[in-house]
Design a protein around this ligand. Structure first.
Ligand code: NAD
Length: 306
């Protein structure tokens, strides 16, 4: 019995030793400010509006789209989802986006990724009016970000900056290691952390699937951002005890539970959480920040009169 209690206390301490970077208080703070802006816009008869284009029936995409839609409606914004079959042609899609570009009801347009193979994602993203590209993936907007004059910062990296800011995690002069070099997370994250922005001025190392050995770099990180889509890739032997870990991964792993699966990140949370300075949980970490920043970008687009 006593042995069991000691074990329990040791386990609790393990968790207490690391700060858990929940998104909830950050979202609460940001939403309070966003609501004031929504109210000011509504006094001018402007309701921030988002059009979401969803192709096919990928279960994860459907959940993301539903969550975004609900969040917008809860916060008195307009949101519509346009769903198409997997076999829609690229030309049909481009022509639909052109209609959305002309529609004043929508200040923001988002095409849920991934798209089917017969459609060139970047061509579709580049057909969105850059002033309505609230995901920040248009080549022009990525270019502006890389030149240090962002219009819309991609939502997930933007949310990570806000998390780092809220929890007062120093980046200046620190070594940030980013695992994953995607256009939507890794690359914009490099740009944000390395430039002279809020939560920037870090020295950045980018790792990817060909980095060998990954552990050599992750061990050096003051800030470690994992965005690979590989469940539990980062284990406790790959990190140092001072690191702040941001886990971007949302991975559906099959199991024998009633649901048949569980969601986990790219970091082995159980193994790492007692051994680091701080770590984001999955779920409840980066995910809700992404939706929050989408709302903020859409409000910005509405204020700009796009
Ligand atoms: P992606 O598939 O476009 O890119 C994955 C990257 O990881 C690639 O650059 C690849 O080189 C790298 N990688 C793959 N295996 C690796 C390995 N073994 N070692 C080192 N690097 C490796 O992924 P993405 O779109 O950036 O998404 C990554 C993860 O983040 C996914 O789980 C996705 O669901 C999640 N995600 C979450 C949010 C959110 O809101 N929390 C937003 C976007 C993506």
């Amino acid at each position: 019995m006593i042995k069991k209690e000691i074990l329990l206390i040791n386990n609790l301490e393990k968790f207490i030793n690391s700060k858990i970077l929940y998104s909830k208080p950050v979202v609460e703070k940001l939403i309070a400010h966003a609501r004031k802006e929504i109210k000011q816009l509504s006094n001018q008869n402007i309701v921030p509006g988002l059009a979401v284009v969803l192709i096919g029936d990928n279960p994860a995409s459907k959940i993301y789209v539903r969550n975004k839609h609900k969040f917008f409606l809860t916060n008195h914004c307009h949101s519509e989802t346009f769903t198409f079959d997997l076999n829609i042609s690229q030309d049909e899609l481009l022509s639909f986006i052109e209609d959305l570009n002309q529609n004043n009801k929508f200040h923001g347009i988002l095409v849920q990724l991934p798209l089917p193979n017969h459609i060139d994602s970047q061509v579709v993203i580049n057909s969105i009016n850059p002033s309505k590209d609230v995901d920040g993936f248009h080549s022009e907007n990525l270019g502006k970000l890389f030149l240090g004059h962002p219009r819309f910062i991609p939502c997930t990296p933007y949310g990570i900056v806000e998390l780092l800011d809220y929890y007062d995690i120093e980046t200046t002069g620190k070594h940030a290691v980013i695992v994953g070099r995607s256009n939507i997370v890794g690359k914009p994250m490099v740009s944000l952390l390395s430039q002279s922005f809020k939560k920037g001025n870090a020295t950045v190392t980018v790792c990817h699937s060909k980095t060998n050995p990954l552990r050599k770099y992750t061990l050096q990180a003051d800030i470690l951002i994992a965005a690979t889509g590989v469940p539990n890739l980062i284990t406790s032997d790959m990190i140092n005890k001072h690191v702040n870990i941001i886990d971007v991964g949302i991975n559906r792993v099959e199991d024998d539970s009633e649901k048949g699966y569980h969601i986990c990140g790219d970091v082995d949370f159980k193994g790492c959480s007692g051994k680091v300075n701080s770590i984001t949980p999955v779920p409840g970490g980066v995910g809700p920040m992404t939706i929050m920043m989408l709302l903020i970008n859409t409000i910005k687009a509405a204020k700009n009169g796009s």
